[in-house]
Structures are given as structure tokens and as C-alpha cells.
Design a binder for this molecule. Structure first.
Ligand code: ZN
Length: 276
């Protein structure tokens, strides 16, 4: 996910919200959608009002001038009349890409609201900070921002070979790059060297930035690199990694779905190595 073209983020609701404003309403991780299964759409404010959706609207920004707001639906409420609730993953390639990206953003904002109603320091009820997207504690002044957790992804290469690994949780046969969360005190580069060493026992160097991707499940920022093999023998960490091995760049196994940055990273790197 990334910021869609034409989207301008904002956190303050306008005095009057247009009837054609897009409403990204979540019940836990499920989004309220309208329209047929094969062509789902985000409800506009007029439809949301008609369906009786109720709750505090949270401003997300504007998409080509159209206001976009998020809304948290009560956990036990039945599906609103005329709407369906769907996880985001089944909506990939069905919702317009810009709407999907804003929905992912909305999910994170709704989660932030839901989990920061009280101060983590003194327990008082928080309030909106007002000047920016943050919660502040009126009692002790503690301020919290929506959480974004940086994670790194590393694709290790050795000549024209690529190291891919299978985590226990992967679907059968699928391989991907290595990934892990950054720890306090680490740079991304430190994290890559540590994760590769911990997960497969290899040393790497010559890190090259590839791209990053926001991943709202629940609040990751995946930062992808390639890294060159610098020594060691594969030795998998049993708890997480089922298997890791070298694949020739022209014989890739089944890979993660194309919406993932892992797929783009692996395909771009394999293409580059094949051309050398
Ligand atoms: Zn406090």
C-alpha cells in the first residue's frame, strides 16, 4: 500500500461533510461495502446515514477533492441494511486501488482510536490533540501518535542464486524473502544483518534499498532490501523457518501474492540476475 495519487491527508473534520463523502466503516477488521460481489464499492455518507451507521467520524483526508472519513462500528452490531462486511484481503483487485489504500489507512486510524482511549502513563481518558493526529492526556500531558512498526525484508543473493525461505505458517510450497521487525536501538541495516544471521545463520553485506510498503495488518511499514551473501552455511532457526535454500534466478518456486512487496522484490531481483 502507498498514498494514492490525488489523496491529501487531513485529520480535522470539515464543519459540513458532503453527502458524497466516502465512509470507510470498520467492524473490527471488516469493512462495510455496498454493491454487487464482483464490483464492491465504498458507501458514501448519504448511504451510510440511510443504513443507520452511527459513531464518531474520523477525518482521513480528501481524494481528488472528495472527503474520506473512517468510522468504527460496534463489535456486536449486525450487518448494516444494504451493506456487507468484508475483510480487506478479498477486496484486492475488486475495489479501486485508491479506495483499498485509503481503507488500509482507515483501519489503522480506527485501531488507533480504539486502543488509545486511555493514557498509557496515568490511565486518564485521552482527548484529540487537535493540531495533529495524536491523543493527549489532559491529566499528565502524555502524547501518543498512531503506531507504525518498521520491519525489514531482505532478499539474499549469491552470484545468480537467491536465498528463499519457508516459514512454518506459509501455504505449502511457497517461499519468500526473510523479514523481521526492527528492535529498539537498531538501524534497518543492523536489523537485516541480525535477522539473516538469526533466521538462516548467514552473514550478508552490500545492502541495497529496493522499496517500502505500508502494511496495515495491523501497522507495519515493510522496508525491502537486497543483500549479498558474505559467508556461512544455511542453518535454520527451527521455531520460525521450516526450510531455506538457494534457488537459481531462472527457477523460482511458488511466491507470495503479487500485492506483496516480497513478490515484487523477488521478481525484480531474479530478472536482474538473469540478465547478468
Ligand atoms: Zn496521563
Amino acid at each position: 500500500m502507498h498514498t494514492p495519487p490525488g489523496f491529501v491527508a487531513a485529520h480535522a473534520l470539515p464543519d459540513v461533510l458532503a453527502a458524497h463523502a466516502l465512509v470507510f466503516a470498520f467492524q473490527d477488521a471488516r469493512l462495510a461495502i455496498v454493491g454487487p460481489d464482483e464490483a464492491p464499492a465504498i458507501p458514501v455518507l448519504a448511504e451510510a446515514t440511510r443504513a443507520g451507521l452511527d459513531g464518531r467520524l474520523l477525518m482521513l483526508g480528501t481524494l481528488a477533492g472528495t472527503p474520506c472519513v473512517a468510522l468504527a462500528l460496534p463489535g456486536e452490531a449486525p450487518e448494516p441494511p444494504g451493506m456487507r462486511l468484508s475483510g480487506l484481503r478479498p477486496l484486492f483487485f475488486k475495489l479501486p486501488e485508491a479506495h483499498l489504500a485509503i481503507a488500509a489507512r482507515a483501519f489503522q486510524i480506527v485501531e488507533f482510536e480504539r486502543t488509545h482511549r486511555f493514557c498509557g502513563h496515568c490511565g486518564s481518558a485521552t482527548r484529540d490533540k487537535g493540531s495533529e493526529r495524536a491523543k493527549e492526556c489532559p491529566a499528565c500531558g502524555y502524547v501518543v501518535y498512531p503506531r507504525v512498526s518498521p520491519a525489514m525484508m531482505a532478499l539474499v543473493t549469491r552470484g545468480r542464486e537467491i536465498l528463499l525461505a519457508r516459514a512454518h505458517r506459509f501455504p505449502p510450497g511457497m517461499y519468500s524473502a526473510l523479514a523481521g521487525f526492527v528492535e529498539p536501538g537498531e538501524t534497518i541495516e543492523d536489523c537485516i544483518v541480525r535477522e539473516v544471521r538469526e533466521e538462516v545463520g548467514l552473514e550478508v553485506g552490500r545492502l541495497t534499498y529496493f522499496a517500502s510498503q505500508s502494511w496495515s495488518f495491523p501497522h507495519s511499514l515493510m522496508i525491502a532490501f537486497t543483500a549479498e551473501y558474505a559467508g556461512g552455511e544455511i542453518r535454520c532457526e527451527d521455531e520460525e523457518i521450516a526450510e531455506a535454500r538457494w534457488f537459481p534466478a531462472d527457477a523460482m518456486p511458488p511466491l507470495p501474492p503479487s500485492v506483496s512487496i516480497a513478490r515484487r522484490l523477488i521478481e525484480a531481483t531474479a530478472a536482474r540476475l538473469r540478465a547478468t
